[in-house]
Ligand binder design. Structure first.
Ligand SMILES: Cc1cc2nc3c(=O)[nH]c(=O)nc-3n(C[C@H](O)[C@H](O)[C@H](O)COP(=O)(O)OP(=O)(O)OC[C@H]3O[C@@H](n4cnc5c(N)ncnc54)[C@H](O)[C@@H]3O)c2cc1C
Length: 423
C-alpha cells in the first residue's frame, strides 16, 4: 500500500459513511474514525426516546457497514485536533494519523445559547445517549410519581420541550401519544390525564421555515393530541424542577427537553481558520476548505452554500449524505487526475412527522402535502437515507409492527445513571 494516497475520514455519520461508500473502488486507503462504534440515524432518535423504536434500530454497527470494503480501516477513537499545516489528525489512544486527503464530517453539538442551568438540567436530543437518557428519564419520572404522588403538584407530569422546529414538533406528538396510550395503561394508578406536553418556541410559529398552511396543520394536529403550543415564548433559565420563561413566568417541571439549536463540532475551532456563523467550516463549491486543497468539510460541521439560492444549505441528513457521496467521487477523480465538478444539492423536499400517520411535506416544486400521504412520503425518504438493505428492513419491520399492533417497543429502564455523557 506504500505510495497509495491515504484518505482520513473524521466521523461516521451520514457524511462520513457516504464518502467512504463511494471510495470503495478507488485506488486509496481509507481510515475512518468515530468515537462511537455505531452510525447514528439521528432523524429517528425521538422514536427511541418515546419507545417507538429500539436503540439497535437507530444505531448500526460501523464495522458491519464496511464489510466488503477492503480499502477501509475503522478506528473507534475520539478526534482531539487537526493540524492542517502538518496534515495530521490527533486522536486518543493512537499515534497521529497523516493524511493526503481529509474529510471533516464530525457533525454538530447541542447549543444551549448560554441559557443559565440548561447544560445542567435540560435534556438534549442529539445523540443515542441523549435518546436513551430521555427514554429512561420519562419512565423514572413516572416511577417516582408512583412512589410519591405529591410530585404531581411539583410539576412532575409537565413535560416541556424548548424549540418548535422539526425535532421539537416530532417529539411533542410522539410523547403525547405515548403518555396517553401505553403509559396510561402501564400506570393505571397515576393521574396521567393531567400530564401535559408543552412546546415553547421563541419565534411566532411552530415549524417556522415551513409554509403557513403546513405550520397551521402541525399546530392543530398537536393540539388535537393534547399538546400545548406556546409561540413567541423563550426560556430564560432552567432549574432542576422549574423553568423561567423570558416573560418571567415560572413553570414547574422535572423534564425540559432541549431541541433549540446546534453548533458545529468544536474540532472546527482547532483548524485555526476563520469560521462561518455557528462555528462551521466554510467551504468552496467543491466542498474543499479555502487554501487547503485536499481538505473537505461536509454535513453539519460545514457551511455550504447552495449553488441555486446562494444561501447556506440546511443541516439535514440528505445534505450530509449527498455531500459525502460527492466528496467520495471527487477524491477518486482527483487521485485519477480527472477534472472536478462543483457540488449540487438535489432537494427532495422538507418534511416533519407530527404524529403517527400525520406529517407535513414541502416539495421542491413548491407544492405541499399533509396527513397520511405526507407521512408516507416522510417514511419513504427516511428509509432511503438508511445505509443498507438490512438496516432498512429492520426499521421497516419495527415500524410496520408498531403500526399494525398500535404498540411500541418494550418499556424498561435501560440505565442506572440519571445524568450520562451527552455526546
Ligand atoms: C434529533 C434530530 C432529528 C433530525 N431529524 C432529521 C430529519 O428528520 N431529516 C433530516 O434530513 N435531518 C434530520 N436531522 C439532521 C441530520 O441528522 C444531520 O444533519 C446529519 O446527521 C448530519 O450528518 P453529519 O455526517 O454531518 O453528522 P453526524 O451524522 O452527526 O455524524 C457525526 C459523527 O461524528 C462523530 N464524532 C463527533 N465528534 C467526534 C470526535 N471528536 N471524535 C470522533 N468522532 C466524533 C459522531 O459520533 C458521529 O458519528 C436531525 C438531527 C437530529 C439531532
Amino acid at each position: 500500500m506504500a505510495g497509495t494516497p491515504h484518505v482520513v475520514i473524521l466521523g461516521a455519520g451520514f457524511g462520513g459513511v457516504g464518502a467512504a461508500l463511494k471510495l470503495r473502488d478507488a485506488a486509496v486507503r481509507i481510515s475512518i474514525i468515530d468515537k462511537h462504534d455505531y452510525h447514528t440515524f439521528q432523524p429517528l432518535l425521538y422514536q427511541v426516546a418515546t419507545q417507538e423504536l429500539e436503540p439497535t434500530a437507530v444505531g448500526y454497527p460501523i464495522r458491519e457497514l464496511l464489510h466488503r470494503h477492503d480499502n477501509v480501516a475503522f478506528h473507534n477513537c475520539t478526534v482531539q485536533s487537526v493540524d492542517l499545516a502538518k496534515k495530521q489528525v490527533v486522536v486518543d489512544g493512537m499515534p497521529p494519523l497523516e493524511y493526503d486527503y481529509l474529510v471533516l464530517a464530525l457533525g454538530a453539538l447541542v447549543n444551549f445559547h448560554g441559557t443559565p442551568g440548561a447544560a445542567e438540567y435540560a435534556l438534549p436530543l442529539y445523540t443515542m445517549n441523549d435518546a436513551i437518557r430521555l427514554h429512561d428519564h420519562i419512565l423514572k419520572t413516572l416511577e417516582a410519581v408512583d412512589k410519591n404522588p405529591a410530585l404531581v403538584d411539583d410539576g412532575a407530569l409537565n413535560f416541556c420541550i424548548i424549540g418548535g422546529g422539526p425535532t421539537g414538533t416530532e417529539l411533542a406528538g410522539a410523547l403525547a401519544e405515548l403518555l396517553h396510550t401505553e403509559l396510561k395503561a402501564d400506570y393505571p394508578n397515576l393521574p396521567i390525564d393531567e400530564a401535559q406536553v408543552i412546546v415553547y418556541e421563541h419565534s411566532p410559529h411552530l415549524l417556522a421555515p415551513f409554509k403557513p398552511k403546513l405550520r397551521d396543520y402541525a399546530q392543530k394536529t398537536l393540539e388535537e393530541r393534547g399538546v400545548e403550543v406556546q409561540t413567541s415564548c423563550g426560556v430564560a433559565e432552567v432549574g432542576p424542577s422549574e423553568i423561567t420563561l423570558a416573560s418571567g413566568e415560572k413553570v414547574k417541571t422535572h423534564t425540559l427537553v432541549w431541541a433549540a439549536g446546534l453548533q458545529a463540532n468544536p474540532i472546527a475551532a482547532s483548524l485555526g481558520i476563520e469560521l462561518a456563523p455557528g462555528g462551521r467550516v466554510p467551504v468552496g463549491p467543491d466542498l474543499q476548505v479555502k487554501d487547503h486543497p485536499g481538505v473537505f468539510a461536509i454535513g453539519d460541521i460545514a457551511s455550504t452554500m447552495d449553488a441555486k439560492t446562494d444561501k447556506p444549505l440546511p443541516g439535514l441528513a440528505a445534505v450530509a449524505l449527498q455531500a459525502g457521496h460527492y466528496v467520495g467521487e471527487t477524491i477518486a477523480h482527483l487521485v485519477e487526475g480527472k477534472p472536478v465538478k462543483p457540488f449540487h444539492y438535489h432537494d427532495k423536499g422538507t418534511m416533519a412527522q407530527v404524529a403517527r400517520g400525520a406529517a407535513v411535506v414541502e416539495l421542491p416544486t413548491g407544492g405541499t402535502l399533509t396527513g397520511r400521504v405526507a407521512w408516507l412520503a416522510w417514511l419513504g425518504i427516511h428509509l432511503s437515507l438508511l445505509s443498507n438493505a438490512e438496516e432498512k428492513t429492520s426499521v421497516f419491520v419495527d415500524w410496520g409492527w408498531n403500526l399494525l399492533t398500535n404498540k411500541r417497543g418494550k418499556r424498561i429502564i435501560l440505565s442506572d445513571e440519571e445524568h450520562e455523557e451527552s455526546l
